[in-house]
Ligand binder design. Structure first.
Ligand code: IVH
Length: 665
């Protein structure tokens, strides 16, 4: 067999096994066997770049090349559906259709999947393009990201039309959503409110390797094209299942209003057992001929309608409103409620978001309020049952004017909904929050230290700010709650090692309001040292690309505070990097001379390309696949299991990005 033949065979086999696993839920081979085939294909493709194929199964791993999305016009506009919320409106729809058609018709009942919609174009059985809904006329070309979704076929089989479009919903299953949020929580990154946001956020990721790691799924529900096999929407989709698409198993044809209501009632409760989020039912006239007869209004088809499920809500009493102070000083009002059962959990508290929301609800203590969870994790108050108010109206809820933790008068920044406590340097939750941010993974990444330990050290008076960390000794902390000699030593070691963290991450770690990772990078590029930054005026700062008035003001006022200057001074004494190290890094050295280095996984601090550049500038060689000649692997998150296994087998060292950066600094 020639290499080309073997490549073709491997591709066909891997496509088939993908379909078995991700669409049919019926794998024929073990994960290990699958990985072995994939690895063999990867190796062969690397040896034979001339046989490159955009739709090879190896394309599913994604790449971390950053790119903007190209906007593409939809061949057929992507319309939305009219929404109904009651059985009466469903009856109206049914009768409208009956009257307009004046002949027998079938209604296809489907679940309304709650994700983000996608339009896929197939040419000659190959995925040619995947475009988001956008404004309905044009959307973003997210083909590279979509290729990483295993339930979307890259290559079709059977008797498919030469050219067609198929639309559907990209979803993040509940399980993946919950796991992702758990990971994000551990990494102290903001959580996704619901699987829909997680799916659409992921799909728009600039890095398809991230998309590949997020385990998205897709259901297809609408075929378009000039050469579809038959006249029935339902029948055509069943055919599409045969070409390799994942079609809902829960579609059903109804022949009467009663059958439609039975479907709605069944799924209103049964949907809770589905692995993905749904928010209603879609009803479609099944015959394409009849669909054409019914036509469209300006916004939506006359042949289809969505029935939205009532979000589950509960009525309970508002007992009081308390206020939480976050790391940045942002104040969150929290409704304290009589415990009430909602979607399987007992709800005692709900977020009230901000002063405007409270005002809009005209909340009074003792009010009976509606609580909803929808797809959100944090329940919210959506309304007040004003009829339930007696003659004695409780006290009106007035947003506090002083910080509940330190008593400082609150401020509100222009254009922002939140109130803030401005006492950044002395308000306890802000102090603790700042230290937690300082040690977090994307900032100083101090091993062994987490929010609980920070809280403990703070309560015991061991630390009052980040600089105090560098004064800690093993003896100070060993023997504290759950802290043996070993963990104490690890923490002190972690703190010591954070002295190598580069300047730009140190700037981020300081927690200056509005200075996120990107701004910190920009600042580090424009101001060689913290002294330069300290002296910069608002005018100088706004001269820097992407730094506006608000950020500039915040930086100037940070350094105007003597307590902050003192903190920076002490950190400097502790040996933290306060000047640009990037130059040293990017200088040509021979630190990696003679080394063959494999890069694998997804990284937090630099892109894969930047690492490649770093390796080369330091005299090393970046190679694609692991062999006995590999010196070490620079591994980010989600390193492929096949690579990991091979590395272990060959006894090759695996370095994290922090190890690697430390090695170069
Ligand atoms: S059909 C012209 N079927 O709901 C009709 N849509 O506003 C095209 N959706 O944008 C849509 N499940 O993102 C259809 N079974 C289903 C659906 C569905 C979810 C979404 C879709 C659409 C929105 C309707």
């Amino acid at each position: 067999m020639t290499a080309k033949e073997r490549i073709d065979w491997l591709r066909a086999e891997l496509h088939r096994h993908n379909h078995n696993y991700y669409v049919l839920n019926a794998p024929e081979i073990s994960d290990k066997e699958f990985d072995d085939l994939m690895r063999e294909l990867q190796d062969l493709e690397q040896e034979h770049p001339e046989y490159r194929d955009e739709n090879s199964p190896t394309m599913r791993v994604g790449s971390d090349l950053t790119k903007e999305f190209r906007q593409v016009a939809h061949k057929y506009p992507m319309l939305s559906l009219g929404n109904t919320y009651s059985e009466a409106e469903v009856t109206d729809f049914y009768e409208r259709v009956q009257k307009a058609l004046n002949e027998d018709f079938e209604i296809c009942c489907e679940l309304k999947y709650d994700g983000t919609s996608i339009s896929l174009t197939y040419e000659d059985g190959k995925l040619a393009q995947a475009v988001t809904r956008g404004d309905g006329e044009k959307g973003d070309d997210v083909t590279d990201n979509v290729k990483t979704i295993r339930s979307i076929p890259l290559v079709l089989h059977g008797n498919y039309p030469p050219s067609f479009e198929i639309r559907g919903e990209i979803l993040m299953p509940w399980k993946s959503f919950e796991a992702l949020n758990r990971e994000r929580e551990a990494r102290e990154e903001p959580l996704f409110a619901n699987p829909r946001n997680a799916a659409s956020g992921t799909l728009k990721s600039q890095n398809s390797a991230v998309v590949a790691s997020r385990k998205l799924d897709a259901y297809l529900y609408y075929l378009l094209g000039e050469e579809l096999p038959g006249d029935g929407h339902y029948e055509n989709l069943q055919m599409a299942a045969g070409w390799g698409f994942k079609i809902s198993e829960h579609m059903k044809k109804a022949h009467s209003l009663q059958e439609i209501f039975d479907y709605i009632n069944y799924w209103d409760t049964e949907r809770k057992n589905l692995p993905v989020a749904t928010d209603g039912i879609v009803l479609k006239v099944n015959s394409l001929r009849q669909q054409r007869n019914l036509g469209y209004t300006a916004k939506s088809p006359r042949w289809a309608i969505a029935y939205k499920f009532q979000a589950e809500r509960a009525l309970t009493r508002l007992n009081k409103v308390t206020y939480q102070v976050g790391r940045t000083g942002a104040i969150t009002p929290v409704a304290n409620l009589d415990p009430v059962q909602l979607s399987g959990t007992v709800v005692r508290r709900a977020s009230l978001h901000n002063a405007d929301i409270i005002e809009g609800l005209d909340l009074h203590i003792g009010d009976m309020v509606y609580v909803e969870k929808g797809g959100e994790i944090i329940p919210k108050i959506t309304g007040v049952d004003t009829e339930a108010r007696g003659i004695l109206l409780g006290e009106k809820v007035k947003f506090i004017t002083r910080c509940p933790e330190c008593g400082t008068p609150l401020v509100r920044f222009e254009g922002e909904a939140a109130h803030y406590c401005p006492n950044e340097t002395a308000c306890p939750p802000q102090i603790k929050g700042k230290i937690e941010h300082f040690i977090s993974r994307r900032a100083m990444n101090i091993d062994g230290l987490g929010p609980e330990t920070v809280d403990l050290f703070y309560r015991l008076g061991l630390i009052k700010n980040a600089a105090d960390l560098y004064q800690l000794k093993t003896e100070d902390i060993k023997g504290l709650e759950r802290m043996g000699q070993k963990s104490a030593e690890n923490i002190i070691k972690g703190i010591k090692e954070s002295r190598h963290v580069p300047y730009e991450r140190v700037l981020f770690a300081l927690g200056i309001r509005f200075v996120g990772e990107t701004v910190a990078k920009k600042l580090a590029k424009s101001f060689n040292s913290i002294e330069d930054l300290e002296q910069a005026s608002v005018e100088t700062l706004v001269g820097v690309d992407e730094i506006g008035e608000k950020i500039a003001q915040s930086i100037v006022s940070y350094f105007a505070n003597p307590l902050n200057r003192e903190l920076v001074g002490r950190l400097k004494e502790a040996g933290i990097q306060f000047c640009r190290s990037e130059e040293n890094l990017s200088e040509y050295t021979d630190k990696l001379a003679g080394l063959s280095i494999v890069i694998s996984g997804v990284f937090a601090h630099h892109s894969r390309d930047e690492y490649k550049e770093l390796i080369e500038k330091n005299g090393g060689k970046n190679v694609g696949s692991i062999s006995s000649k590999t010196s070490f692997i620079l591994a980010g998150e989600n390193m492929g299991p096949a690579k990991l296994e091979k590395a272990k087998k060959l006894g090759i060292r695996i370095l994290t990005e922090d190890d690697f950066l430390a090695m170069l600094s």
